[in-house]
Design a protein around this ligand. Structure first.
Ligand code: F6P
Length: 341
């Protein structure tokens, strides 16, 4: 057997931990392993690198991905799928471990369904927006980084009597905003799932100031819809708008300052949330996912994805795993809201 491992979409802390664990288990079982470079582009163009014990040594705590990643969608390229299948066969591969989010795994599921492609999936994204798993790896690290930033912004906000707006990632869900906001003691949290208007947010801030607190922390998710904002940002090969370009944090900060008269500043955390070493929690989760993916390959359970249910690593249908976005439920937002204003 010869198994390929691919990482696609935005990078994420813990990718290397999955690569290490899956490779280690496959090598131990006598299977050859190759890294498919640059996501699906590596199968479109035939870019491979051998993975042996030397290549995976020391990568557990390393951020990013040693095999590279892109947001390539073979279904959008001329003869893309044909080239994927041809390169897979020419390289003598018998299975693929695809590590990715909704887009990368969506391609994997479609290839499996339409061509019987022997693939298993591992759920990756800092956004935590895949419904088939309780948590994706990378999320805990992103929340940790955002929480640390909020803690630091607290002290400077307090010194200057300012409103500090922090824009975090998360795409169309507010998981990072809600979790880091709860952990960092945010006074207002704005997420795509909950239609809190800017006027309601300002009312919370004013109420807080009336109580004698003359600084506030507002966490806003990049996907939050501000009334009246226009949408002209670029889209990628999967049709996603580049949300960081909308600058919703800056718009929210401007509105708050104009409506309340309180001095306001904005911090956009951006890709800092995806960089650097994974937390211990993400290292462990990524390691368990990697071992599970290797076991699924060994058992020929293609079209499946490793997932976390409670404390257990299980496998679920790959197609169903990408069908639905996991949004923040009202119960979670209620926890955050208890501390607004
Ligand atoms: O999906 C992960 C993510 O970091 C989102 O939170 C964000 O909207 C997007 O990727 C940014 O993508 P890029 O790295 O292409 O700018």
């Amino acid at each position: 057997m010869k198994v390929g491992i691919l990482t696609g979409g935005g990078d994420c802390p813990g990718l290397n931990a999955v690569i290490r664990a899956a490779t280690r288990r496959l090598l131990d079982g006598g299977t050859r392993v190759v890294g498919v470079r640059e996501g699906w582009l590596g199968l479109v163009d035939g870019l491979f690198v051998e993975l042996g014990t030397r290549e995976i040594s020391g990568i557990l705590p390393r951020g990013g991905t040693i095999i590279g990643t892109t947001r390539t969608n073979p279904y959008k390229l001329d003869r893309g799928v044909e080239r994927v299948l041809a390169h897979f066969e020419d390289a003598g591969l018998t299975a693929l471990v695809a590590i990715g989010g909704e887009d990368t795994l969506g391609v994997a599921a479609r290839l499996h369904e339409e061509h019987g492609f022997p693939v298993v999936g591992v759920p990756k994204t800092i956004d935590n927006d895949l419904s088939a798993t309780d948590y994706t790896f990378g999320f805990d690290t992103a929340v940790w980084i955002a929480t640390e930033a909020i803690d630091r912004l607290h002290t400077t906000a307090e010194s200057h009597n300012r409103v500090m707006v922090v824009e975090v990632m998360g795409r169309h869900t507010g998981w990072i905003a809600v979790m880091s906001g709860i952990a960092g003691g945010a006074d207002v949290i704005l997420i795509p799932e909950e239609p809190v208007s800017i006027e309601e947010a300002c009312a919370d801030i004013r109420r807080r100031h009336e109580r004698g607190k003359d600084f506030s922390i507002v966490v806003v998710s990049e996907g939050y819809e501000l009334e009246g904002a226009t949408e002209d940002a670029e889209v990628d090969q999967f049709g996603h708008v580049r949300l960081s370009e909308r600058g919703v944090g800056a718009m929210v900060a401007r509105e708050i300052e104009q409506r309340t008269g309180f001095e306001t500043r904005v911090t956009v955390l951006g890709h800092v949330q995806r960089g650097g070493t994974p937390t211990p929690h993400d290292r462990v989760l990524a390691t368990r996912y990697g071992l599970k993916a290797a076991d699924l390959v060994r058992d020929g359970k293609f079209g499946r994805m490793a997932a976390l249910r409670g404390d257990d690593i299980v496998d679920v249908d790959l197609k169903g795993a990408t069908a639905e976005l996991k949004t923040v439920p009202p119960e979670w937002f209620a926890v955050a809201k208890a501390f607004f204003g």
